[in-house]
Design a protein around this ligand. Sequence first.
Ligand SMILES: NC(=O)c1ccc[n+]([C@@H]2O[C@H](COP(=O)([O-])OP(=O)(O)OC[C@H]3O[C@@H](n4cnc5c(N)ncnc54)[C@H](O)[C@@H]3O)[C@@H](O)[C@H]2O)c1
Length: 362
Amino acid sequence: MEKKPIKVGLWGIGRAGHNMHCSELDQFNDLFTIVAACDIDPDRVRILQEKYHCAGYTDGKQFLENPDVELVSIAVRSTEHVDYALKALKAGKIVFLEKPFALTPKGMEKLEEALKRYPGKLYFRHNRRFEAAFNHIRDIIDSGILGEVFEIKLRRHNYQSREDWQTLLDCGGGQINNWGPHLIDHSLRLLESPLESLWSDLKHVSSKGDADDHIKIIFRGKNGRVVDLEISNCILLPSDVYSVYGTRGTLVSHDESTLHMKYLDPAMELPKTHSSPGTPRWDSGYGDADTWPWIEKTIPVHPANGYKMTEIYKYLYAAIREGVPFPVKPEEAFAVIKTTAEIKKQNPQFRIQEDLFEGNEE
Ligand SMILES: NC(=O)c1ccc[n+]([C@@H]2O[C@H](COP(=O)([O-])OP(=O)(O)OC[C@H]3O[C@@H](n4cnc5c(N)ncnc54)[C@H](O)[C@@H]3O)[C@@H](O)[C@H]2O)c1
């Protein structure tokens, strides 16, 4: 079937808009054409115009009046996401919205209303949902070879002496708004059950700003599974990115390109054992799990669905042009915003003043 490229207008040509969106779109130039770009920085607009021979704007109103623009990809700062999404929807555009989709519950309600008013027009860019390691690990959990998974640890550790707007609370910064949406989404998916409770602690340790840069969240699902998440810019020796603990095996990944597993053959029945209240013999040791026939292997990351993080636009095309359900459902995006609001409630020192943003778009 012949493809009809979607005409894109980029709103915000910063590190995300320029470095991520443009290069992702460049891979699919049979599916998308960049027809317009808008940024408050005229030099950035000029560079995009030269590269893509597209229209350029420093004024958002004029940008939205361009009838050629079919899809608006919003990658301006986080504080403007809700307002700009509503403006673009009102102008008749389809919207692809960067995370964090909303910083406040009030902003989320506005997006929920907009979705009712403009059904099928608002898409949420949880691009890390398409990470290969995340998807492959979900395949392995589903396969059952690790047995019943009771705990998963997610770690994104590094050390950054960061000093941009993403470190300032008044600018909507902080890791809870930056990496938080990606990994709260992963955590909620990995629970495979409704959230029963969560405990969280946000700290500001080493960035130059005042926003959180070290996050610990423990999620518990109604199924009893625990997901223990840390996002930190304050750790010099990082832990494994993934650790998955099951009743029949363990999986770890340090680099997200290989998965290391130790587990029992699914055909093997666990030996029936019982505990004794008596005093053990001196030579009885402390348990014999190591004598079981563990299978240990390291495999390259290769998810069954073939997802790659940089290919989210391919699925957006399929959703818009071919009616294939977009893998990120709105209710999942809203669940992340609601969960983030609960975490901010538990850590009020990192809450932004809610009426500063997301209330003045009319
Ligand atoms: N999904 C991801 O993996 C990912 C990665 C990085 C950033 N992001 C998100 O993208 C957004 C932008 O982040 P960034 O790192 O690119 O920031 P940035 O500061 O590098 O870029 C923002 C751009 O928007 C422009 N801008 C600012 N205000 C504007 C306005 N009112 N109208 C038009 N243009 C305006 C700036 O000139 C700049 O070019 C953030 O919300 C961030 O959370 C997402």
